[in-house]
Design a protein around this ligand. Structure first.
Ligand SMILES: C[S@@+](CC[C@H](N)C(=O)[O-])C[C@H]1O[C@@H](n2cnc3c(N)ncnc32)[C@H](O)[C@@H]1O
Length: 426
């Protein structure tokens, strides 16, 4: 009897292992996850119990297991056995599947919407904030009822056009404010779908190099004729000699992934800036757009915020610097001077609304691909919940939640555009 049990357990382990290896092979990331393997074993056990007890509540067991794993191992004990694996699956797989349905969703960060929507996104008066928040909520809910989105003056808009042109307006701002020209050597760290790199190359003739954690992005860049390297921000130091010197460095919506919650201390920004200083020529500029977390994420009041917070944090990894100066306070020490600092929170909110309206419009979901990636990836469910819009759940949409001002006037995050200038070598 005991031997039979042992053989059964062994058989289950082998079957789960084979299924996961096959699923992993079918993803773009192709990296085996130990956390996912443990969770999949729990799934197998839950199915076994359902078969014998006919109690479907066992379905909750693997989900609870993953939650406890994240809470105890990652959060409480600070043990991160697979750093950035969730992020790799998020960008290599989840977003790639989403983009398949709508190419206009391939912008991973905010644009500039002032000109397009005829609104001052840096006016943080209650009146302006309320106007934009009410507009956003309406557009999100209306999209589920197939109502065309409108702008703040109630005129119908084409969200694909806004998504596209908003980025172009921001790129124009970048080129102008960083004074990029044909003699500039530019480095983009954590580039996305190459739009900014292509824009700079086409409109200024500058030489541009890209680095990214995700291999899909790097391959794409090389295929488009760019010099590109697979570099984790954390290991930038090891690539300094290979990369050379730059007049401009850009980190556009990617420093959110530098610090991993709990494990890393704020000195990680200090080290990163040291590398930026070494990579920059004297007088060179570093432009960063980064979400900052505000007022302890407004988590002090008990409501379902914790659902949003959990999925946002676990579905993305990374950790934001604290608003307003956790980043900038290390500038002076690293001979970098802040020459511009703008709170662009409302631009990020508008971008997110437009992005979700695009998702809702093209609600074709390839369940097989998502299910397959779920089997392979550690926190795919959390990533999925973080970026998937559901009807009537505007306030329980984890990505959006961070930009929505709550009833007490608190906003979980702000977003800053900062330009630094290197004033001297270290
Ligand atoms: C929000 S997207 C922004 C992409 C792009 N800059 C843009 O504006 O569309 C974040 C990017 O950072 C990359 N990334 C995430 N973690 C990283 C890390 N540790 N090192 C380097 N790149 C990373 C992701 O692969 C992704 O392309």
């Amino acid at each position: 009897m005991r031997n039979n049990n042992k053989s059964l357990i062994f058989l289950i382990i082998i079957v789960v292992l084979i299924i996961q290896i096959f699923s992993t092979y079918l993803t773009n990331t192709k990296k085996f996850s130990i956390q996912a393997f443990l969770r999949n074993l729990v799934w197998a056990y839950a199915f076994y119990q359902i078969y014998y007890t006919k109690n479907i509540l066992w379905l909750l067991f693997p989900i609870l297991f993953n939650f406890l794993y994240n809470y105890i191992i990652r959060y409480k004990l600070n043990i991160i056995i697979e750093p950035y694996l969730t992020t790799e699956y998020l960008y290599n797989d989840f977003f790639e599947y989403v983009i398949e349905n709508n190419k206009n969703l391939n912008y991973y960060t905010e644009g500039s919407y002032e000109k397009l929507l005829n609104i001052n996104t840096m006016d943080l008066s209650d009146k302006n904030i309320n106007k934009i928040m009410n507009w956003g909520e309406k557009q999100y809910n209306n999209s589920f009822n197939n109502l065309s989105p409108v702008d703040l003056d109630n005129k119908t808009i084409n969200t694909d056009y806004i998504a596209h042109q908003g980025q172009k307006d921001k790129y124009e701002w970048i080129v102008k404010n960083l004074n990029i020209n044909k003699n500039s050597r530019v480095l983009e760290l954590g580039f996305g779908k190459l739009d900014l790199m292509k824009y700079i190359r086409a409109n200024t003739g500058a030489k541009i190099v890209g680095c990214n954690l995700c291999i899909e992005h790097v391959i794409d860049a090389i295929n488009n004729g760019f010099e590109a390297h697979q570099v984790d921000h954390k290991h930038l130091k090891n690539y300094i000699n290979k990369l050379g010197k730059f007049d401009i460095i850009i980190t556009n919506g990617t420093l959110e992934y530098l610090k991993i919650g709990g494990g890393d201390k704020e000195e990680i920004y200090d080290d990163f800036m040291k590398n930026i200083n070494i990579l920059l020529n004297k007088g060179g500029k570093w432009y960063t757009t980064t979400i900052h977390y505000n007022n302890n994420f407004c988590l002090n009041t008990f409501d379902l915020n914790k659902y949003n917070y959990y999925n946002l944090a676990l579905g993305n990894e990374g950790c934001y610097p604290v608003f307003p100066n956790e980043l900038t306070k290390f500038a002076k020490k690293n001979n970098l001077k802040v020459v511009k600092q703008e709170n662009r929170w409302l631009d990020y909110y508008i971008y997110s609304i437009i992005w979700f309206c695009g998702c809702i419009k093209n609600r074709k979901t390839n369940i097989f691909k998502h299910l397959n990636a779920y089997i392979a990836a550690p926190n795919y469910l959390e990533s999925y919940l973080c970026y998937t819009p559901f009807k009537n759940l505007y306030y329980y949409q984890p990505w959006l939640w961070q930009f929505i001002q709550n009833k007490n006037g608190c906003v979980p995050t702000y977003h800053q555009w900062i330009i630094f200038e290197k004033i001297n070598h270290l």
